[in-house]
Write a protein that binds this ligand. Sequence first.
Ligand code: FAD
Ligand code: SIN
Length: 552
Amino acid sequence: MTRTCDALVIGSGLAALTYALEASRLGRRVVVVTKRVATEGSTNYAQGGIAAVLNTAKDSFEQHVEDTLTAGAGLCRRPVVEMVVRAAPAVIERLASVGVKFDMTANGHGGGETPPVEYDLGREGGHSSRRVVHAGDITGREIMRGLLEAVRTTPSILLLENHTAVDLLSTRKVEGMQAAPHHTQHTDDRCLGAYVLNEEAGRVETILANVTLVATGGASKVYLYTSNPDVASGDGIAMAWRLGAEVANMEFIQFHPTVLFHPQAKSFLISEALRGEGGLLQRQDGSSFMQNYHPLRELAPRDIVARAIDTELKRTGDDYVLLNMTHLDADFLHRRFPNIHAKCLSFGVDLTRQPIPVVPAAHYVCGGVRTDLDGESTIPGLFVAGEAACTGMHGANRLASNSLLEAAVFGHRAAHASERYQQGPTPAFANVPEWNPGNAVPSDELVVITQSWDEIRRFMWNYVGIVRSNRRLRRAARRIETLKAEIREFYWNATVTRDLVELRNLCTVAELIVKSAMARKESRGLHYTIDFPTAASNEAPADTILKREDLV
Ligand code: FAD
Ligand code: SIN
């Protein structure tokens, strides 16, 4: 079965839905495909909020830019940071206009007049001011509620749940599928859409589109412990890579310092906003340690806090450290963090009376598919936004609450930039063949998938985690080579399923992370290696850019 549309959007998080709504407003017919139910993605779980300078009396765009550049450790692209930071107030306005309700505060100023109602601004690590717009501690859930209501009532957007993109299509790829071996390709490349697995129908369908947006989120499921939902398997990064797009800075994986330590909690995030409101990190004996690592203590940039906890855990042999909130007013904690409070209580921890046991976990991929200022990848007609993209906003380390901001800004910009491809159906659509299942049969050995998945996540955690070394990276690279061959063989002989698609992508992403980490001969931002423990004294530090021919 083949569908044709103006724009294919892969994913249904903040970047995807922002794009879909804007493209439809510009008169486009949009198809949105998403792997599970539409709410399932990192956006839905975001807690802290969206960074935006709204109080110019106490804050400034320049300060937000400087904080972002400082966290990014020399690798942010300043024009991108400036553009995104300045676009933040419009993002908040657009979200509010589709019905997203952020927390407000009546800001008393004396004199008996009615106090003005303003956004309540939270504080997080690395920010020099309070500038995080939020909806309690369930900001992402509220954003998804508002956006999905708007999408579901827009007739020109078709939302297809339980549809997993398997592979992207381009003129070159189609030519390659049809050409005789060793045929030289000449066509100018252009993205044409994707093959998509319709799980209910049990078949792979073709969706042809003048423009494709990959907004598939992150890849932190490549690690054993992660704050991310299961869908975060790096599909978009792997698909774009296979199509020939450049990928950048994959070594910069952000580990969030604090997820709940509990066997049944599935790495539930304990927001940085708790430290923003005065939470203290302590060893199990109650002693503080952040004073030994950074003058900003608990509010130091995330990489420093995560590494400090990792060091303490390795030194003491403990399984977790504590985040202590008990010195703060209990009513305030109930009000400000109702969801986190309830979740902790469900695991027997009353955060108003007991410290919370916490550990670091993989949280965010700063690298991704390399894009320009409009979100376009190195393949024409293929746009990438949100966590799957590397726009230059985050550099070597992302500042808290800058991710939702970047996703919304680039989703919006990409929709406008896509207009240059909207001149009627692309003639090359006629050459795209239907999905060819070959001789694949349903597999009776699904244990191969679970075994390989588990193996990847475990060696990535142990060898490519918070602290790296040449030797550990080489070990990981060797295991990837073996797994790659096994997965390739399994993939082409078994009927395609979502699990299999995810495993193949996860292995590709693991390889991209390891190769990028091996290429960086220094420690910078989130990439820390004991073999090169300091940053290279380079005036102009460079991105790690991988092209397909580098990895065969
Ligand atoms: P996502 O919201 O992750 O959506 C990706 C979508 O793609 C999903 O719908 C998924 O199902 C779909 N998908 C994936 N692969 C395929 C495929 N092959 N086919 C079809 N669909 C596919 N950032 C902040 O700025 N502030 C915060 O407060 C904050 N808190 C966070 C809390 C948690 C627990 C987590 C995990 C992250 C948090 N982040 C936060 C990071 C931020 O939420 C994410 O980076 C951001 O939401 C990513 O948005 P996105 O649109 O790129 O992707
Ligand atoms: C958090 O609430 O700590 C997450 C914020 C982020 O990842 O930006």
